[in-house]
Design a binder for this molecule. Sequence first.
Ligand SMILES: NCc1[nH]cc(CCC(=O)O)c1CC(=O)O
Length: 313
Amino acid sequence: MASSPTLVIGTRGSPLALAQAHETQDRLVAAHGSTGAGWTVEHLPLSIIKTTGDAIQDRPLSEAGGKGLFTKELDIALLEGSIDLAVHSAKDLPTALPEGIAIAGFLPREDVRDAFISHRFRSLDDLPRGAVVGSASLRRQAQVRRLRPDLQVTLLRGNVQTRLAKLERGEVDATLLAMAGLRRLGLTGHVTTVLETDDFLPAVGQGAIAVAIRAEDERVRQALAPILDGPTGQALAAERAFLTILDGSCRTPIAGHARLIGPELEIRGLVLRPDGSESLEAVRRGAPEDAAALGREAGAELRARMPADFLKA
Ligand SMILES: NCc1[nH]cc(CCC(=O)O)c1CC(=O)O
């Protein structure tokens, strides 16, 4: 691959995706000054790429083909050389990447928690019986039903702004969104209450920005090294190993979160029935160097404990 004089950043076109791409651009400029090794940073171009996932608005993505829908076109652009790095929400990245694509690492993680948002009610507990909570995430739907089996849970799709607008119009009484996205968009003013991870476990990768590159591209790998965050990488190694064990074998909602506690890494993982009536949790703690093994162990424990109907045929 001929080295180009600049680094082209590929991104989806949603406001959140653009905010994440700009954050990556800003961090590169801050780390390297005005010129990097063999490339210029003043005009690191953003290449906006429309993905299949963005085009589908009327059904849950779990039905339409899953997370790869948000990354396929960016992967192709990387492999064709029209972009040099692709910026993704780690949460939306599939566990298995296509041949030739690698994750260089992750930017420092934002708030991992989910936010409860409602114009009329103060918290999930405060919602009256039968109130309507909208979410497109099977994980959020199941955890809401676990805490409040008496609520009505409906599908609410679209990007962050679209969902807030639907809430505003009264289509639902409440919704849940990631704090990370709201912060990056400057929309935390909408947050009613923040859900602590003890009560409501985030998605694997939530709050982290992943940077994907061509697996063999050492030039881009080196340019990115100073902006990538080690602790986030360790947490994500545990979470993604956990998810890798489960997403191929189980067909129920999955949540997982790893963090450093002093010198140790802890991962908590959860699988639930979609109706929230049953859930299983696993916790592992150990050396951060063993992140992937800790994640795999937590995943294997849940797989072993799961009732048969949680598993894929
Ligand atoms: N699936 C959409 C998506 N992908 C990443 C984020 C937020 C940012 C993050 O979780 O890192 C969101 C919106 C949301 O879940 O509220």
